[in-house]
Every structure is written in structure tokens, then in C-alpha cells.
Design a binder for this molecule. Structure first.
Ligand code: SAH
Length: 215
């Protein structure tokens, strides 16, 4: 899997991100290559991702994960719910090292993978928790503790809002990252102080459309 460490793969990440106004250093792109290589190694035995083409991984996993970066301030805390192989939490942590990150997944194998990646990358102020999110919301260690709760490809917006809200501090934000049409889901949401903000964007190189819903 040396292709991840190639200049070409890293320049796809760096140039694609730059086109979206996100600066990724070559060292950060190298950290993503380490994560991606480990992801493919584990993926032979454990189903972590259906995406296996290196170019697709660069765009659909890494660049896509960085899209919410401009919504996430320095020195804040973030919980990534249903993080799977670490998306978006790991790429966000790599590019915003001051972020304090909690990754949560109900799959033990995925959490074991994430712990290994955290070790390999020497990341600090990040933990991977094996839990069903329904069971974490009452834990005082996590309740009302985060500036941002985020998820990508986790569940519908209404369920995400219900499950994620207990984790937010006062004035915290929820961010749902979606690949499909979102209007119906957005209409289903009520009870928040402000109407949801939907930002639609196009991924570089491949033109796939994604959206962020911010509550
Ligand atoms: N965010 C990742 C993975 C999406 S797949 C990505 O975008 O690539 C959804 C993930 O949510 C799976 O890894 C699954 O194990 C996890 N999951 C599903 N239900 C969950 C629950 N109730 N609590 C925690 N994690 C859950």
C-alpha cells in the first residue's frame, strides 16, 4: 500500500483541500497516508470501509472529512458519533491538532483499529470509545461536554439530533454530514433555537455533491 505514501496521493489531498480553502501540510498528508494504509491493512480482515481505490479514499474519506473544518474553532472539543474507520474525526484532528476529540463506535473491531491508529500517529487529546451512543448520553463524563457533535453517514437527522444533543455544552453545535438529498430531513427537525443551516458543496476531481447540516 505504498501508493498512499506517494507524492501523487498526498498532492491529491493537498491540492483538493486547497481548492476548498483548507491548508494541509505535507506532514499532515503523510499522517493521513499512515491512517489510510492501516485502514486497508485491517480492511482485509475486518470490514471498515467499502471504498478501497486510493484516489477514492483521498477524496471521499479525507477531503470530505475536512469540509466542516471552517465550522470548528481552535481549542474546542468534538465528539464523532458512529465514526467507523475514524471519519471525519481523525482527519479533523490531524489538521486541527488543538481539537480535543472523542471518537465513538458500537463496533469493537473498529474501536480497536482506531486505538491502533491513535498510537501509530502519536495523537494526544483524542480517545476512541467502544459504546452505543444511546448508552453514553447519561454518563456525566460525556454529558454536556462538547462544543461540537458531528457524524457522517450515521443515521437520519432527527435521530442524530436526539442522540447527539445530550452531549452538547450550552451553545454547542450539531453537524450532520450527508451525501443524499436533505430537504425532507431538514423539514422534520424542530425545537432548535435557530433553523438548520444547510451548506452544499462539490468534492474536487469527482464532482460528487455533499451537504453539511448545522444545528
Ligand atoms: N462515519 C463513518 C462510518 C459510517 S457507518 C464514515 O462516514 O465512514 C456508521 C457507523 O456507525 C458504523 O461504524 C457503526 O458501527 C456505527 N454505529 C451504528 N449505530 C451506532 C450506535 N447506536 N452507537 C454508536 N455507533 C453506532
Amino acid at each position: 500500500m505504498n501508493q498512499f505514501h506517494s507524492d501523487k496521493w498526498k498532492s491529491v489531498i493537498r491540492e483538493g483541500s486547497a481548492g476548498l480553502g483548507i491548508h494541509v501540510t505535507s506532514q499532515q498528508a503523510e499522517m493521513m497516508a499512515v491512517h489510510a494504509e492501516e485502514l486497508m491493512r485491517w480492511n482485509r480482515k475486518t470490514n471498515l470501509t467499502a471504498i478501497t481505490d486510493p484516489m477514492d479514499i483521498a477524496v471521499k474519506h479525507y477531503i470530505d472529512s475536512l469540509i466542516p473544518l471552517h465550522k470548528i474553532a481552535e481549542n474546542t472539543s468534538l465528539i464523532d458519533i458512529g465514526t467507523g474507520g475514524g471519519f471525519p474525526g481523525i482527519p479533523l484532528k490531524i489538521v486541527r491538532p488543538s481539537l480535543c476529540v472523542t471518537l465513538v463506535d458500537a463496533s469493537r473491531k473498529k474501536v480497536n483499529f482506531l486505538k491502533q491508529v491513535i498510537r501509530l500517529l502519536n495523537l494526544e487529546n483524542i480517545e476512541a470509545v467502544h459504546a452505543r451512543i444511546e448508552e453514553m448520553g447519561n454518563d456525566p463524563q460525556y454529558r454536556e461536554s462538547f462544543d461540537t457533535a458531528i457524524s457522517r453517514a450515521f443515521t437520519d437527522l432527527e435521530r442524530f439530533a436526539g442522540l447527539a444533543s445530550p452531549f452538547l455544552k450550552n451553545r454547542g453545535q450539531l453537524i450532520a454530514m450527508k451525501s443524499r438529498k436533505t430537504e425532507e430531513e431538514v423539514k422534520s427537525i424542530s425545537g432548535f433555537p435557530k433553523p438548520p443551516v444547510v451548506e452544499t458543496y462539490t468534492l474536487p476531481f469527482q464532482g460528487a455533491v455533499r451537504s453539511l447540516i448545522i444545528l
